[in-house]
Design a protein around this ligand. Structure first.
Ligand SMILES: Cc1cc2nc3c(=O)[nH]c(=O)nc-3n(C[C@H](O)[C@H](O)[C@H](O)COP(=O)(O)O)c2cc1C
Length: 336
């Protein structure tokens, strides 16, 4: 079977054992509300682009007939809802030009679009992805554990840092460096900032689980690694000391408007969603997904109203407490 079809199928089964957003409890503030619902503003900014909606469709797919159908449906929805969208890794199209079309549909829509490629790919490959797609932003993904578990994975890692540095210094569009659902430590964040990265998607554990996905495809699975990674909330907590030097995007296990609001409380500038949107496009017709996304926008505003916050940046002042694993991690992990 095609690898991209495997991923689409298995991603929908890869439910995380635990979602860290459930370990973060927000204090209630609006017994005396300050704002009317229609005064609440949910615009944000990433990589110099203004986003009318603070969440976007994060990298999912491309590279098979089924992937193409999913991308077309997602792109139509993104345009109707005016939300930004990233496609999955462009590398299948670099290997086989018959897949180029799977990726182009989105880039011809009037929305902010991102193309995606692995940090293992050369500067030349990154340039090609941009020139084929004309994307506004390049996402470069870090997926070490996935490569190590994948039977067809690439196990050469020592060019990754150079590839990222070349992209940042030589390419003329903004770069986002992202994880794929294993989260980021302070050390990783520090190293990326040293390489010159200005926007990081911490993509934490809690949603799509690529250890589970690749172990399910492998004849030699290492299943005890299925719970590897740093949760989304803990990755965002790790990002806080660096938020004056770099913009952070949150992704990994985002299910609803409350999870999105929690990301902004922890300092995220935007939120990426893959698994939840993949489930919706597979299960529902396009117009239903459009309604669900409009409802998501409204619910973010309602929660902000409840917290007396007129704009997303005011969410940074909201107090919260942590419980369970998230609290233990926060208390015990000390890194430079
Ligand atoms: C089917 C599927 C394929 C994915 N492929 C890519 C990819 O090609 N490149 C990438 O950077 N991330 C990829 N991701 C990872 C997501 O962009 C995101 O970082 C991760 O799934 C965590 O978010 P979620 O829990 O909302 O799914 C993929 C996710 C899914 C569900």
């Amino acid at each position: 079977m095609n690898r991209k079809n495997d991923h689409l199928l298995l991603a929908r089964q890869s439910t995380a054992l635990h979602n860290s957003f459930d370990d973060m409890i927000i204090n209630h503030h609006a017994s005396i509300p300050k704002y009317n619902l229609d005064e609440i503003n949910i615009t944000t900014c990433i990589c110099g682009f203004e986003l009318a909606t603070p969440f976007f469709i994060n990298a999912i797919t491309g590279g098979s007939e089924y992937a193409k159908q999913i991308n077309q449906k997602l792109a139509n929805i993104a345009e109707k809802c005016q939300i930004a969208m990233a496609t999955g890794s462009f590398s299948p199209a670099l290997k086989n030009s018959e897949y180029v079309d799977d990726f182009l549909y989105i880039h011809n829509k009037s929305i902010l679009s991102m193309t995606n490629i692995g940090a293992d790919k050369s500067f030349f490959a990154m340039q090609q992805a941009i020139s084929y797609t004309n994307a506004d932003i390049l996402q470069i993904h870090l997926n070490t554990l996935q490569e190590l578990l994948m039977y067809e994975g690439d196990h050469n890692f020592n060019e990754w840092s150079n590839n990222i540095t070349s992209a940042i210094t030589e390419l003329n569009i903004p770069i986002i460096v992202k994880e794929v659902g294993f989260g980021m430590s302070k050390n990783t964040i520090h190293s990326l900032i040293d390489l010159g990265v200005k926007t990081i998607d911490i993509s934490g554990k809690g949603g799509t689980n690529f250890a589970y996905i690749e172990n399910s495809r492998s004849n030699n699975p290492i299943e005890y690694l299925n719970n590897w990674g740093i949760s989304t909330v803990n990755s965002l907590l790790n990002s806080i000391p660096y938020q004056s030097q770099c913009d952070f995007i949150a992704s990994g296990g985002v299910r609803n408007a409350l999870d999105i609001v929690k990301c902004f409380i922890l300092g995220a500038k935007a939120v990426g969603i893959s698994q939840t949107f993949l489930n919706w496009v597979v299960e529902y017709e396009e117009h239903v997904v459009v309604e669900k996304i409009e409802q998501l926008k409204l619910e973010i505003k309602k929660i902000m109203c409840l917290l007396n916050c007129k704009c997303l940046s005011e969410l940074r002042n909201i107090d919260y407490y942590l419980i369970n694993d998230t609290l233990h991690y926060h208390q015990q992990i000390t890194e430079k």
